[in-house]
Design a protein around this ligand. Structure first.
Ligand SMILES: Nc1ncnc2c1ncn2[C@@H]1O[C@H](COP(=O)(O)OP(=O)(O)OP(=O)(O)O)[C@@H](O)[C@H]1O
Length: 372
């Protein structure tokens, strides 16, 4: 007889979680499942409820409704201490009177571990975080990056099964943020912890998440892989949260192009832009067209179905060049392409044409914002 495959129990399961403070509903029937060893990034704007969610998982808040399960056990049944959940906050405060070693050792001392085991575990985690040489220093002798690593070592040292990180890179400089973004995935893998990682920075979310939960209005609007939220957003709200420069969003009513074939175009002012995808279902329907700047192509050669535009300005941005285009009716569009010094050096206005990259346009309902 064949063995039946048991469905894997999620390490963390949240269903219908609701929480309000006064009249403000912060979490509104939120659902989530996270597998053991997974890094789920909770991404949302300031005040969207990210910290409130982590505090429920850590057992520091009681929900108004709904439930948190850890390993299939209702989380309310045991205190946060027993749950093997570690939480680290934005400011990562270190004890100022203790050395880096003692700061890292403090959770182990609280567990009454013996000295030899403490020394070994502290040294192991310090080696992984590359702070071995500064373990004897006090916090004021550490650079900001070393402080950050020390604080992180303190939350990882007892190898928590679940690690809740509340925007840990918010207050560090760009260089450390970049370094840690590269190192975090390796560290998380080395420790095997399930990680819930809160951030307001979409680049951090894309870099770190196995999956990203996009928190808007107290619920996850989409929980998906980084590629999924970026290339296949299920709503306008999710689409506009990812990407810099942001996605072009235009209210349009697609119509059939003259001639045979049944292809569509979107009128923009007095002209129209041909749609490369077959979306006959959208003919005559008012909707919002979403096009990422990298999918709006600019060139100086006329092409059938291209939209005449004027290049107003081009600026370098990271290793890309972003062009601000304007249609003859004054509609502004952003187009981006791999670094293009000739375009970036362009002075004065340049006439040209905009076209859509095939298969990359998205459409949203103008009222609900849902993908159509
Ligand atoms: N204990 C509390 N009492 C009253 N209101 C609270 C309390 N905790 C949080 N709030 C409110 O709930 C909302 C969500 O707060 P929360 O800290 O969860 O947001 P966040 O997404 O983590 O924001 P940020 O990214 O800015 O830290 C905010 O409007 C906040 O003012």
């Amino acid at each position: 007889m064949k063995a039946r495959k048991e469905p894997r129990m999620p390490h963390l399961k949240i269903s219908g979680l609701s929480k309000g403070f006064g009249r403000k509903q912060v979490l509104d029937g939120l659902d989530l499942e996270v597998q053991r060893g997974e890094c789920l990034v909770v991404f949302g704007g300031s005040g969207s409820g990210k910290t409130t969610l982590l505090r429920h998982i850590a057992g520091l808040l009681t929900p108004d409704a709904g439930q948190v399960w850890i390993d299939g056990q209702p989380a309310g049944d045991s205190g946060a201490q027993q749950r093997d959940v570690a939480m680290a906050f934005q400011n990562f405060a270190l004890y100022p009177h203790m050395s880096a070693f003692e700061n890292i050792a403090s959770p182990l001392r609280a567990r009454r571990m013996d000295e030899a085991a403490i020394a070994q575990q502290v040294r192991e985690v310090a080696a992984l975080l590359r702070i071995g040489p500064v373990l004897g220093h006090s916090p004021r002798q550490l650079s900001n990056g070393q402080k950050q690593r020390t604080a992180l070592a303190r939350s990882l040292v007892h190898r928590p099964q679940m690690l809740l990180l509340d925007d840990p890179l918010r207050n560090v400089d760009a260089k450390i943020r970049f370094e840690m973004r590269i190192e975090f995935p390796k560290l998380f893998r080395a420790f095997g912890s399930t990680v819930l990682y809160v951030t307001q920075d979409y680049r951090e979310a894309l870099a770190l998440g196995d999956r990203i939960g996009v928190l808007v209005d107290g619920r996850f609007q989409q929980i998906d892989s980084p590629a999924g939220v970026y290339h296949n957003p299920q709503s306008r709200a999710v689409a506009r949260l990812f990407g810099d420069p942001p996605m072009n969003l235009l209210e349009v009513t697609p119509r059939r192009r003259p001639g045979p074939g049944g292809a569509l175009e979107v009128p923009i002012g007095a002209r129209a832009l041909a749609l490369p995808e077959p979306r006959a279902d959208l003919a005559g329907r008012r909707c919002v067209l979403g096009v990422r700047p990298e999918d709006l192509l600019f060139g100086t050669d006329p092409r059938p179905g291209a939209l005449p535009v004027t290049l107003e300005a081009a600026m370098p941005m990271n290793v890309r060049t972003v062009a601000l285009l304007r249609t003859d009716d004054g509609v502004e569009l952003l187009s981006s392409r791999p670094e293009d010094p000739a375009l970036a050096a362009q002075r004065g206005h340049l006439r040209g044409f905009a076209t859509l990259a095939p298969g990359r346009s998205m459409f949203f309902d103008p009222v609900s914002g849902a993908r159509v």
